[in-house]
Design a protein around this ligand. Sequence first.
Ligand code: ZN
Ligand code: ZN
Length: 351
Amino acid sequence: MKAYRLTEFGKPLEVSNGPTPSPHGTEVLLKVSAAGICHSDIHIWEGGYNIGHGKTYNVGERGGVALPVTMGHETAGVALQAGPEAGPVALGRQYLVFPWIGCGECAVCLAGDEHYCGKPRSLGIYRDGGYAEYMLVPHSRYLLDLDGLDPVTTAPYACSGLTAYSALKKAGDVIRNERIVIIGAGGVGLMGLTLLRALDGIGAVVVDVSEEKRQAALAAGAMAAVDGRASDAVKQIARAIGSRPRFVVDFVGSEDTAALAFDAVAKGGKMVIVGLFGGAAPWSLPMIPLKAVTIQGSYVGNLAELRELMELVRRQRVTPIPITRAPLDHADQMLGSLREGKVVGRVVLTP
Ligand SMILES: [Zn+2]
Ligand SMILES: [Zn+2]
C-alpha cells in the first residue's frame, strides 16, 4: 500500500509501498477515505516546539516520537477487516477514527482521558496514521460510525473539531449568556465559530492578524473581527463585546496572542490556550491574582467528547468549514502550503 511517511524531521515526506497490514487481535483495518492535514502535523514534521527562553521541545528525544511514522490523525475510512477480538464493527461501513489513544490500562485511561495518558499511542503521531491508503486502528471502540455523514467534511472533527469543542466546553455557561473572544481564524478557529453556534452560543468576536482570515471569520458568522496587531485591539474587543470578555480562547498560542488574551479578559475571567505556536508566558505574575484570571490549557479532547461532538454535528446539521480536497500524492506539497499559511480552512487528502 502507498503511504507518505515522515522519515526524518524537517525533510519531505517519503512515499513507501509496503505491504498492506493485516489486523491482529483487537485491530481493525480501514481503507482511508479522508485524511485531514492538521497544523500540529507541521510541529511534528519540524520535530519540535518553541517553548520560549530560546529553547525547543524535541518531539523525537523528549516527546518519544519514533521515525519513520505515517502522520495523519484526522482520518475517516471504510472498515475492511477486523481481528478476532476487535469487538463489534460493521465491515464496509464508513467510520471516523478517534486518534488520541493511550495505554488503555492506567488510571487516566480507565477514567476515559486517554489523551492525557503518559504512554500515548496516538495515531498519526506515535502509530501510523491516515496519510496512506490503509490504516490499522487498535480497537473498534475508537471507531465512530459516520452513518451517512460525508467522510471528507467529517474527518477534521477528529482533531480540529474535537479541539475546538473541548476548548469551548471549558467556558461552561458563559457561551450561552455572553459574547466570547476567539483568537485565530485558521481551521480550528473557524470550527470553533461553527460549533459555538451549534452549542447555542451568543456569538464571538474573532481576532486575527490576517485580513483574509478575518474575512473568512466574518463569513463564518463572527460578530466582529479585530486585527490583533492594532494598538487599540483590547479596546476594539471590549467595544465589540459591550464589556470585557469573560472567556477568551487562544487558538494561536503565541506570546503576542497570549498577552492580548490576558490584557483583554475581564477580572475573574478565563483564558484557554489551545494553539501551539510557541514562546514563553508573557504575563506579569501579580496581575494573575489581581485580575483573578484562570489560565487553562486545552489539548484535543477525549473519546466521550468526540461522541458528543458527532451527535451535535448530526443533530444541528453543523455547516462544514471550507475544505480543499487533494489527492494523497499531494501530501507533502499540501503540508508545505499549510506551513506557509496559504490554506484557508482545511486540506483533506482523499486517497
Ligand atoms: Zn491535529
Ligand atoms: Zn494510559
